[in-house]
Write a protein that binds this ligand. Structure first.
Ligand code: S3P
Length: 170
């Protein structure tokens, strides 16, 4: 069994993914980490030297590679669910769970972090609102289940997801 987490930066995909993996005895995988490992450079370096379009191509290739594996929770980069091909690949892995959060909450969670190239702009808060608005329909369309994490801890979110998985299989 696999579980796929999608959603914007700062919604808790990594934290929740780690908790789910340990609770359900699955491996934890993160597409950003896999990409950094295969590319041998950081996301910031990839964006700067090769551009976003190249990064998006590598994201799709990474999803293709994962089709041969099983028993993992996959945390995906915030732009993953925008491409139709990616959504098909994600869905063939397992249930796709969308984590959401209010823009203000996202901003608070990411403001001191330095590894998010898309938010390295003069007004990151306005950027979050703008990107989220554009992406919302793509995220919703790809999701089998949605959890708003704005007022929830990663532990509470993981618990909610486990309940949902159990209700689905019973
Ligand atoms: C991106 C989100 C990042 C990373 C890249 C692009 C996006 O992942 O993939 O910087 O387009 O939203 P996180 O959502 O894990 O921060």
């Amino acid at each position: 069994m696999n579980i796929v987490l999608i959603g914007f930066m700062g919604v808790g995909k990594s934290a929740v993914g780690h908790l789910l993996a340990s609770e359900l005895k699955l491996n934890f995988l993160d597409t950003d980490e896999l990409i950094e490992k295969t590319e041998g450079r950081s996301l910031s370096e990839i964006f700067k030297a090769s551009g976003e379009a190249y990064f998006r191509q590598v994201e799709t290739e990474t999803l293709r590679t994962l089709q041969d594996y099983d028993n993992f929770v996959l945390s995906t980069g915030g732009g993953m669910a925008l491409k139709e091909e990616n959504v098909s690949l994600l869905k063939s892995l397992g249930p796709v769970i969308l984590l959401k959060a209010e823009p203000d909450v996202v901003f608070e969670r990411v403001k001191n972090e330095k590894h998010r190239p898309l938010l390295e702009v003069a007004d990151p808060k306005a950027e979050i609102v703008k990107i989220l608005e554009f992406r919302e329909p793509f995220y919703d369309k790809a999701a089998d289940h949605v959890v708003d994490t704005s007022k929830m801890s990663p532990e509470e979110t993981a618990k909610e997801i486990i309940q949902w998985l159990r209700s689905k299989s019973s």
